[in-house]
Design a binder for this molecule. Structure first.
Ligand code: IPE
Ligand code: IPE
Ligand code: MG
Length: 242
C-alpha cells in the first residue's frame, strides 16, 4: 500500500524506540541456548542502529534489559553481562563513530561492578564522537515506572511543583524529543514497562519476527508504515490540512 522502498518523501521519525524481544525463542527454535539468541540479538542491534542513523534517524532508544528482567535465572543474566564485558566497547565504538552520543538509561546499580564500569567507560569514551546531535539511549536496568518514581522524588526533594516540561527534564531522556515510532519485535503486543511517559503519542509497530531476524528491510518497512500514519495529536483531519 505504501510501497516498500524508502523514498525522498518518506517521513523519517526523529526518534525510534525498539523493544528487542524474541532472542530466547529464536534460539530455542534452533535448538540453541538462550545466550546464543542474546548474542545474535546484540549483533543485529548494531546493524539496525547503523541503518537507522544512515537513514537520518537522530535518536534511537533500545531496550536491552528491564527492571523485571533482573528476575531471570542468574545464568542467563551472567550470559548477558558477558556479552557486555566482551563486545560492548567494540560495538559502541562502531556505532558512535558515526557521530552518535551514547547514553546509558536506567538504574545499573544491580549489575556487577565491572559491568557498570564498562557501561560508564563506554559512555565517556564515545563522547568524543558526538556530532550532529545524534543519540543512542541504551536502556539497561530500565523500567518506566521506576524512572517516573525517581523523577517524582527528585521534584519532591526540590520542593517544586512540576509542569509537563519540567517533569520531562527529570526523566532519563531529558533534552530528547519523544519517540515517534515504537517498534516491538517478538510477536507480543505490550509495552513491558518501556518509556510509558515518553510514548504518549508514539506510533506503535508490532512485528511477529524475533529480534535476531528483524532485518534492515524490516526496519525500513516499519518506517514506511510510520510515514503513512496520520498524526493528528487530537485534532481533526480538516485542521491538519490547513
Ligand atoms: C529479549 O529477548 C531480550 C531480553 C529481555 C534480555 P527475550 O530474552 O525476552 O526472548 P524471548 O521473549 O524469551 O524469546
Ligand atoms: C521486554 O522483553 C524487555 C526487553 C526487551 C529488554 P521481555 O521478554 O522481558 O518482556 P515480557 O516479560 O515478555 O513482557
Ligand atoms: Mg521476551
Amino acid at each position: 500500500m505504501f510501497g516498500n522502498k524508502i523514498k525522498e518523501e518518506t517521513r523519517i521519525p526523529r526518534h525510534i524506540a525498539i523493544i528487542m524481544d524474541g532472542n530466547g525463542r529464536w534460539a530455542k527454535k534452533r535448538m540453541m541456548p538462550r545466550s546464543y539468541g542474546h548474542k545474535q540479538g546484540m549483533q543485529r542491534m548494531v546493524g539496525l542502529l547503523e541503518r537507522a542513523y544512515d537513514l537520518g534517524v537522530s535518536f534511537v532508544t533500545v531496550y536491552a534489559l528491564s527492571t523485571e528482567n533482573f528476575n531471570r535465572p542468574q545464568a542467563e543474566l551472567e550470559g548477558l553481562y558477558n556479552l557486555i564485558r566482551n563486545h560492548f566497547r567494540a560495538y559502541m565504538t562502531r556505532i558512535c563513530s558515526r557521530g552518535v552520543t551514547l547514553r546509558i538509561v536506567g538504574d545499573i546499580s544491580p549489575l556487577p561492578a565491572d559491568v557498570q564500569q564498562t557501561l560508564l567507560d563506554c559512555e565517556r569514551e564515545t563522547a568524543e564522537y558526538a556530532k550532529d546531535g545524534k543519540e543512542l539511549n541504551f536502556a539497561i536496568g530500565y523500567g518506566a515506572r521506576a524512572e517516573i518514581v525517581r523523577a517524582v522524588n527528585s521534584a519532591v526533594e526540590k520542593g517544586e511543583k512540576v509542569t509537563e516540561e519540567s517533569f520531562s527534564a527529570l526523566l532519563y531522556t531529558h533534552g530528547e524529543p519523544d519517540p515517534e515510532l515504537l517498534i516491538r519485535t517478538g510477536k507480543e503486543k505490550r509495552l513491558s514497562n518501556f518509556l510509558l511517559y515518553q510514548s504518549a503519542y508514539a506510533e506503535l509497530y508490532f512485528s511477529d519476527k524475533m529480534f535476531p531476524e528483524f532485518s534492515d528491510k524490516d526496519l525500513e518497512k516499519a518506517i514506511i508504515w510510520f510515514s503513512g500514519r496520520k498524526r493528528r495529536f487530537g485534532k481533526t483531519d480538516e485542521q491538519i490540512k490547513e
